[in-house]
Design a protein around this ligand. Structure first.
Ligand code: KG4
Ligand code: ZN
Length: 335
């Protein structure tokens, strides 16, 4: 089945063509980052309008890149949530209109299921079952994945997501949106062990996370440095490194626990923060000690993209799942 995948949940317009036999044929992405950067974060109305402008041209582009035409499409998958409701409506409307015109089935999929399954697009995909760490701007979750649609929640953040903590730390350090990659780049110049930040909730059992205390600790450290007149480039880099190390250690400790608890030897990391190099290195090191393997998507499929939605949708469409006639747009939607 040739499936067109559409992602418009936030600030990236992502489109892809996935063939259930031949694999990923083409994908295209337009990021609105430059447009939102002036505002320090995503402006929902601007995001929706830009999806309207970019979506159909990107659909035509992936078709032409794959040497296909609209008439070849056999199913359409779109992100139905969670996300910005206006942005989701754009993807859902185009998906349903195209599906109606072409007479093909349409299905809304969960954005986080897309992230979770993105590593399946790589050459050596993980076998089921595996433990997945989902770390994005809105989610920090540990899930045991027994198969497509068979997800067992092991733990999640009780407050901020890891990506959100990265973005807020970036603001405190005077870095632009989106903060994660910029904090990581600044941390490269940091002096190890100049500051020691807490590893929240690692001193007690369980697989839940909390990042809001770490955020406050960062803010207090920034303010103390400012008050002392020491908030220079080196101190900013040192704080970035201390923050990043605390997040990486915390996620690594919980992943080790999750692998042990789930008696699993495969760990998948997905979502925007999984692009973080220090996190990858930390998890690889921990997994090697457990004789476990780590899987992740290529960097461009760690953040939001259409390929992961086309993949997740194709698995479900092939299994016979479809939307009714209604467009589904669910801003808050637990997986
Ligand atoms: O998955 P994603 O693209 O969008 C959501 O569904 O949220 O994740 C975006 C998040 C942002 O918070 C961004 O700062 C973070 O992922 N991120 C990173 C890195 N690249 C993206 N955080 C740390 N290090 C990175 N290299
Ligand atoms: Zn995402």
């Amino acid at each position: 089945m040739l499936v067109l995948g559409i992602e418009t949940s936030c600030d990236e317009t992502g489109v892809a063509l996935f063939d259930s036999e031949a694999g990923l044929l083409s994908h295209a992405l337009f990021s609105q980052i430059d447009m939102h950067a002036d505002y320090g974060g995503v402006v929902p109305e601007l995001a929706s309008r830009d999806h309207v402008r970019k979506l159909l041209p990107l659909c035509d582009q992936v078709l032409s890149d794959a040497g296909k035409e609209r008439a070849h499409i056999e199913g359409i998958a779109y992100t139905a949530g969670p996300g910005l409701v206006g942005a989701l409506m754009v993807g859902g409307s185009v998906a349903h209109a195209l599906g109606y015109a072409l007479g093909v089935p349409v299905l809304g999929v969960h954005h986080m299921e897309g992230h979770l399954l993105a590593p399946m697009l790589e050459d050596a995909p993980p076998a089921f079952p595996f433990v997945a760490l989902l770390v994005s701007g809105g989610h920090t979750q540990l899930v045991r994945v027994n198969g497509i649609g068979e997800y067992e929640m092991l733990g999640e953040s009780v407050d901020d997501a890891a990506g959100e903590a990265f973005d807020k730390t970036a603001k405190m350090l005077g870095l632009d949106y989106p903060g994660g990659p910029r904090v990581a780049a600044l941390a490269e110049k940091g002096t190890p062990d100049r500051y020691r930040f807490p590893r929240p909730m690692t001193d007690r059992p369980g697989l839940d996370f909390s990042f809001s205390g770490l955020k406050t600790f960062t803010l207090n450290t920034v303010n103390a440095a400012k008050d002392a007149g020491e908030f220079d480039d080196q101190v900013r880099a040192d704080i970035a490194l201390a923050f990043e190390s605390a997040v990486v250690d915390t996620l690594t400790i919980k992943c080790r626990r999750a692998l042990e608890q789930a008696e699993c030897k495969r760990l998948v990391i997905a979502g925007g923060v999984s692009a973080n190099k220090r996190l990858r290195a930390g998890l690889e090191k921990m997994a090697a000690k457990l004789n476990a393997e780590v899987f992740y998507a290529r960097p461009e499929f760690c953040t939001d993209n259409g390929a992961m939605i086309a993949y997740a949708g194709a698995q479900r469409l092939v299994a016979g799942q479809r939307d009714g006639d209604r467009i589904v747009a669910v801003p808050r939607w637990p997986m």
